[in-house]
Design a protein around this ligand. Sequence first.
Ligand SMILES: C[S@@+](CC[C@H](N)C(=O)[O-])C[C@H]1O[C@@H](n2cnc3c(N)ncnc32)[C@H](O)[C@@H]1O
Length: 213
Amino acid sequence: MAKRKRPVDQTRAFYACNAENYAKHNPSPGFTEQREGFAAQLPPGASVLDLGCGGGHDSLALLKQGFKVTSLDGSPELASIAQTRTGQDVIVADFLDLKFTNEFDAVWAAASLLHVSSNDLNEVFAKVVRSLRPGGIFKASFKEASQDWTDDLGRYFCAMDVPKLVQLLKASGFEAVTIESHPGVGSDGKVTQWIWGTGFLQGKSSIKASASS
Ligand SMILES: C[S@@+](CC[C@H](N)C(=O)[O-])C[C@H]1O[C@@H](n2cnc3c(N)ncnc32)[C@H](O)[C@@H]1O
């Protein structure tokens, strides 16, 4: 009997087959604004992990601002495009296999952790925490949805809403948690609401926390 593909495998297959097209798209204005707000909170030369870097647009923008950027993606096809775009090595790894300890001042996860199975989100957030230095900042975006779902392109998305994101961040150990939200159009052409969560780890750092909730 043929084995049924798991939703996360279908997502992987989508990025493998559509890497070139996907990587051609520039981040939408809402995303650029979020990245600029994130970058403005970092001290000069901060070390940033671009988690789920896709085609590397954000990695390149952050590199140009003088940050020390480590780019990581689970898709070898997209990682190769990001490598060409940024001119530096890109790590190919699954979010569940993150092995960094105390290495980054900041983790940027734009529209990437939304593909993590709801059952695995706590584990991935714990690995993000382990990757960060004391006082480190984490910013991640998700599509707002009341339940796990699959889009018309076959990509899996975990359920996420503001209370759940706040709870996940706080339960993982983040403080000064803030949420921002804006509408956007996904690769499937559909309008969705994006929610961004930002949190800080306890500890001394020169990173600027903005208003907290
Ligand atoms: C919607 S794209 C976003 C890419 C990029 N951050 C951007 O804003 O353009 C999602 C990215 O997450 C990566 N991804 C999805 N699931 C992953 C996993 N479990 N481990 C590592 N990367 C994953 C995909 O390969 C893809 O590059």
